[in-house]
Design a protein around this ligand. Structure first.
Ligand SMILES: *Cc1c(COP(=O)(O)O)cnc(C)c1O
Length: 361
């Protein structure tokens, strides 16, 4: 039996190879490789697609968060609230800027940050809130905005989903090759309707300079390559359809009866299923079944951020974020990408059915 990957990136871009080659050759011919016409064009095309005024390309999704926090003046003595059930890069920029990550628990049903727990964790030092649209499911931004603090949407997993990027002060994206919108290397983007913030982020990505002569801030070197921008312009034309295909794949798992074995992610209109993340108290049994059958899978954030060694100085202990810790034990992502074949999904479900039938050794 052929293996089934968790995400087949190559299958997604294979039909576009000629267009990608044309983009590559055009950039090669131009001799301009950093912050040129493709970056500029991609920035305005991405802003239009997201329905925001400004977007700024940068080196990766982690830098996108760093640039926004830095532009907002976050630093030592400040607290920033974020979930602990997310990729490490959501919290790392907070700590790197000398501020304190404050971890809020997640909601049982959505696995996104719990607005009620955020409300409990706000102090006079809170400078911002970073919700994550985890696995492509839009987080509850309106409920977080009531506190009057800047809400930065970590949208690394949710390009094109629902109202993503429209409600927070800024949204940050990653174009790491497995994300919904991706490039063929590293890339990132900040999207915002705040012109002042946009101007500052634009400077910070180039050493805090507007004109490459005067340096107004101590900034970063975090730019998007022309080559990656050329690829992104090709992929941007397909993201709406790709997200639709992911949604169709998700619906198919439900039709195939996967919900009788594990808990399925609850659907909602703006969900773009970066990953199809199921849950089960018997997660390990299902995981082992997929592994034995050569089927790609992932158990995410098994050590949630509040329990990471690099965060030990913050003083969290096991039991502090019960829903986060439960999700870490129960989650199991199964194969999904834009264009996964129905037969591949049938095999995933059949393998999980077998895992139920197999007595525990
Ligand atoms: C991928 C990811 C990032 C970081 O993006 P990079 O481009 O790898 O730096 C940040 N947050 C979340 C939730 C992610 O999934």
């Amino acid at each position: 039996m052929p293996k089934i990957p968790l995400i087949d990136v190559k299958a997604q871009f294979a039909p576009l190879v000629d267009e990608l080659r044309a983009g590559f050759e055009e950039v090669l011919e131009s001799g301009q490789f950093i912050l040129g016409p493709n970056v500029k064009a991609f920035e305005s095309e991405a802003a239009a697609h997201l329905g925001v005024a400004q977007s700024i390309g940068c080196g990766n999704g982690t830098d996108a968060i760093t640039l926004v926090l830095s532009a907002l003046g976050v630093g030592p003595g400040d607290e920033v609230i974020c979930p602990a059930f997310t990729f490490y890069a959501t919290a790392e920029p907070i700590a790197l800027l000398g501020a304190t990550p404050v971890f809020a628990d997640i909601e049982r049903e959505t696995m996104n940050i719990d607005p009620a727990d955020v409300a409990r964790k706000i102090t006079p030092r809170t400078k911002a809130i970073i919700p994550v649209h985890l696995f492509g499911r839009p987080a509850k931004i309106d409920e977080l905005k009531v506190h009057g603090l800047p809400v930065i949407e970590d949208a690394a997993q949710a390009f094109g989903g629902g109202d993503v990027a429209k409600k927070g002060i800024a949204a940050t994206f990653s174009f790491f090759p497995t994300k919904n919108l991706f490039c063929l290397g590293d890339g990132g983007l900040v999207a915002t309707n705040d012109e002042e913030l946009a101007a500052r982020v634009r400077m910070l990505r180039f050493h805090g300079s507007r004109d490459k002569k005067t340096f107004e801030y101590v900034g970063y070197n975090s730019r998007l390559d022309e080559m990656q921008a050329a690829f992104l312009r090709v992929f941007l034309g397909h993201i709406a359809r790709w997200n639709e295909l992911r949604r169709e794949g998700a619906a198919r798992y439900a039709e195939l009866g996967l919900g009788e074995l594990v808990e399925l992610p609850k659907d909602e209109p703006g969900h773009v299923y970066h990953l199809f993340c199921t849950r089960s108290p018997e997660r390990d049994k299902f995981r082992d079944g997929l592994a034995a059958a050569g089927i790609g899978h992932a158990c995410h954030y098994v050590i949630p951020l509040h329990l990471q060694p690099s965060m030990a100085h913050l003083g969290y202990k096991e039991g502090d974020l019960p829903e986060t810790e439960l999700a870490a034990r129960e989650n199991l992502c199964v194969p999904l990408w834009a264009g996964i074949a129905p037969e591949q999904q049938e095999r995933v479900v059949a393998t999980l059915q077998d895992a139920v039938a197999t007595p525990v050794a």
